[in-house]
Design a protein around this ligand. Structure first.
Ligand SMILES: N[C@@H](CCC(=O)N[C@@H](CS)C(=O)NCC(=O)O)C(=O)O
Length: 382
């Protein structure tokens, strides 16, 4: 029996896990969430409706795109190790896992849900195709789309997408595309000749939403051909880097960080660091106000809920009110774990890079309690 990946073609985090499985040549089958086995056997064990879920041949269930990657990496060796072995690359990889999966949600949602003329006909077929049971009627399919799209439009608003912020989101995404395009001029992947954890973070929004939905797909093809090719490459079973003259799968020599990559890190500092600061500040006040939270719980009335509150911060001149998701702190902790586990010498090198790129606050932005994953949920540690 092979692995089964439960998810949908249009799902952001399924795209991250799928790309990883393809690249590692892990034998897997994509399975639909309309599958009765998913609804009846898997979901009750996962404890909430969430994708992707990997079902292993021995029956083990792994929910969460980051955990799916860890599952294979910790059992390694994998075909193309996703976690770099050198300190700066490892740190950068984790920064891009956080930024890719969480920091690009505004453009991903905006370009999917605010361009109805170009996108809606496609989405109205694509969502039910993935979500409805195969024998569903047209009416049932329509109802599923209405429900799913309303839910996603609400989620988009909770990330700070509005008529007011839309032009800035478009400008900021354009800036990101240009920087990534410039970086890909000399390298097929973020850190050199093979994909690593940062590429898997970035593919999450850049595949399903930004390269697959009609409007943003055309935008990406027009404005950033190399980025579009990188998306294609990330879903190919080989390294697919012929146009680079077939380099080796090695990462940049001597833990090197090219200037174009530093520019991308500076972009993250400007575009996303303020939000992380706001998240950590809010979470610490919230934890302080709730000393009674039992370790191993999410501190909310319902264990399946993912949002602990809302925080206001200024993003590129706009006051934004956004939902606070502890999951993002879980990915932030992964960055900090790399830093904490490094030698003094390596931490010095990391600090130099972080200072040079405006990200030096990252290692100090810590919550008073840790987020850990238990039984497929994010919960607070002691
Ligand atoms: N941290 C999770 C996030 C998964 C996630 O949010 N998946 C979305 C689909 S892309 C979902 O299941 N949303 C359920 C919903 O909001 O109804 C992961 O990386 O697997």
């Amino acid at each position: 029996m092979s692995y089964c990946l439960y998810g949908t073609p249009a799902s952001l985090y399924t795209g991250k896990a799928r790309s990883y499985l393809i690249k590692q040549r892990i034998d897997f089958e994509s399975r639909a969430v309309g599958d009765p086995h998913f609804r009846e056997d898997i979901l009750p064990k996962i404890g909430r409706w969430i994708i992707p879920v990997l079902e292993c041949p021995d029956g083990t269930l792994v929910q969460d795109s980051s955990e799916i990657i860890d599952y294979f990496e910790t059992r390694g060796p994998t075909r193309h190790p996703a976690i770099p072995s050198t300190p700066l690359h490892r740190l950068i990889g984790q920064i891009f896992e956080l930024f890719g999966g969480e920091g690009l949600l505004r453009p991903a949602m905006h370009f999917r849900w605010n361009f109805d003329d170009a996108n809606l006909a496609f989405l109205a077929r694509d969502f039910p195709a993935a979500l409805a049971p195969p024998n569903a009627t047209t009416q049932e399919r329509d109802a599923i789309f209405v429900m799913a799209s309303q839910r996603m439009r609400r989620a988009m608003a909770s990330f700070g997408v509005s008529a007011e912020t839309a032009p800035t989101i478009e400008a900021s995404y354009g800036e990101f595309l240009d920087l990534f395009e410039a970086h890909l001029k000399d390298t097929p992947y973020l850190l050199g000749g093979r994909p690593t954890i940062g590429d898997y973070g970035l593919i999450a929004p850049l595949y399903a939403h930004l390269a697959r939905d009609p409007f943003p797909a055309a935008l990406m093809k027009d404005r950033a051909h190399r980025v579009w090719r990188w998306v294609e490459r990330m879903n190919a079973p080989d390294l697919d880097y012929g146009e680079y003259g077939g380099p080796s799968p090695a990462l940049f020599e001597s833990d090197g960080v090219p200037e174009t990559l530093k520019q991308l890190l500076r972009f993250i500092a400007k575009d996303y660091l303020p939000e992380i600061e706001a998240f950590v500040g809010f979470t610490n006040s919230w934890l302080n106000a709730h000393p009674e939270i039992v370790p191993g719980t999410n501190g909310l009335p319902r264990p399946q809920d993912r949002v602990i509150g809302q925080v206001e911060f200024v993003w590129r001149g706009h006051p934004l009110r956004v939902a606070v998701l502890p999951y993002r702190l879980y990915l932030l902790q992964k960055i900090q774990a790399v830093f904490d586990g490094a030698s003094i010498l390596d931490r010095g090198r990391m600090n130099t890079l972080l200072e040079e790129t405006g990200l030096n606050a990252l290692t100090g932005l810590r919550t008073t309690r840790h987020i850990v994953r238990k039984d497929h949920l994010e919960v607070w540690s002691a």
